[in-house]
Design a protein around this ligand. Structure first.
Ligand SMILES: Nc1ncnc2c1ncn2[C@@H]1O[C@H](COP(=O)(O)OP(=O)(O)OP(=O)(O)O)[C@@H](O)[C@H]1O
Ligand SMILES: [Mg+2]
Length: 240
C-alpha cells in the first residue's frame, strides 16, 4: 500500500453525506482531496461532526451518501479481512484515548508496531524511547488506570506515531494537555509530517491553530470549508 509520493491523492471524498437519523444530515455533499504530505487542522464547534468525519476515514462509520477512497481503496468495498492491513498504515488518536487497560503503557505502545511485524524487543525499545520523549519514561510499567487523562493522551499519541503511519488522524490529541505539553506534542506531529506523514488534526485549541501555518478545514452547518488559516490573503472558500 502506501509508499506515498508527493501529489499522490491519499484521501478522496466524493459527495459525502452523513446522517445518524432521518431528520438531519451531519454533513452533506462534501467533496475534498487530501494529498501526500498535506497537514490540515480540522475545526468546528462541538457536536458539528469532526469525530464522525475522521471515523469515516478509517471506516468506523459508513457515510450515508457518497464514496470515500483512502490510499486508493474504496472503503465501502474494503472487506473485514482487509481492514487491519489498511489500518496498519493509519495512526489513530482517539478523543477518548482507548488504551488497553490490561497492558502496561509500554506494551500499549509497543503492540502497535509489534502487530505490524516488528520483533517484540525492538518494539519495546522504540516504545520506551518515545514514551520517554513525551515525558512518561518514569511510568513505563504503569497501567492506564494509574495515569491522569493528560498522561493517557500522551500514551495514545505515542502509540499512534510510533509506527510512522502514512496517514495520521488525530482527534483532539491535545484536549487534556496544558499549553506547554500541547506545543511539545505538536512538535512531534510536525516531525512526523516532515518524515512524510499526511496529517489531519481535529482540535478546539485556537492558540495551537493560530500558531502554525497549516490550513484549516472547518465543519460548519453541514459543509466543509477550507481556510488558509490567515497565513495568506486568500479568503475561506467552500471545498469543491
Ligand atoms: N453513533 C452516533 N449515533 C447517533 N448520533 C451520533 C453518533 N455519533 C455522533 N452523533 C451525533 O453527531 C453529531 C456530531 O458528533 P461528533 O462527535 O462527530 O462531533 P464533534 O465535532 O466531534 O464534537 P466534539 O467537538 O464535542 O468532539 C452530534 O450531534 C452527535 O450527537
Ligand atoms: Mg469529537
Amino acid at each position: 500500500m502506501p509508499a506515498s509520493t508527493p501529489s499522490q491523492e491519499i484521501i478522496r471524498l466524493e459527495h459525502i453525506g452523513l446522517q445518524y437519523s432521518d431528520d438531519r444530515f451531519i454533513f452533506f455533499d462534501v467533496n475534498f482531496s487530501v494529498f501526500a504530505g498535506d497537514f490540515y487542522f480540522l475545526t468546528g464547534k462541538s457536536g458539528v461532526g469532526k469525530t464522525s468525519f475522521l471515523k469515516i476515514l478509517y471506516k468506523a462509520v459508513h457515510p450515508s451518501l457518497g464514496h470515500v477512497h483512502v490510499f486508493g481503496y474504496n472503503l465501502s468495498a474494503l472487506s473485514r479481512s482487509e481492514l487491519p492491513v489498511f489500518r496498519q498504515h493509519v495512526g489513530l488518536i482517539f478523543q477518548d484515548c482507548r488504551l488497553i487497560p490490561t497492558l502496561s503503557i509500554v506494551d500499549n505502545v509497543a503492540l502497535s508496531i509489534h502487530i505490524g511485524g516488528s520483533q517484540y524487543r525492538r518494539s519495546c525499545s522504540y516504545a520506551k524511547e518515545l514514551l520517554d520523549w513525551v515525558g512518561l519514561g518514569e511510568c513505563l510499567n504503569s497501567h492506564p488506570d494509574a495515569l491522569s487523562d493528560g498522561q493517557k493522551q500522551r500514551v495514545a499519541i505515542a502509540r499512534a506515531v510510533v509506527k510512522r503511519p502514512a496517514l495520521l488522524l488525530a482527534d483532539e490529541p491535545t484536549g487534556n494537555l496544558d499549553d506547554e505539553n500541547a506545543f511539545r506534542l505538536m512538535a512531534l506531529f510536525e516531525e512526523l509530517h516532515r518524515m512524510g506523514t499526511t496529517v489531519l488534526l481535529a482540535t478546539h485549541n485556537n492558540e495551537l491553530v493560530k500558531s502554525f501555518a497549516y490550513p484549516k478545514l472547518i465543519l460548519r452547518e453541514g459543509s466543509l470549508l477550507l481556510s488558509d488559516n490567515g497565513f495568506s490573503t486568500r479568503k475561506s472558500e467552500k471545498v469543491q
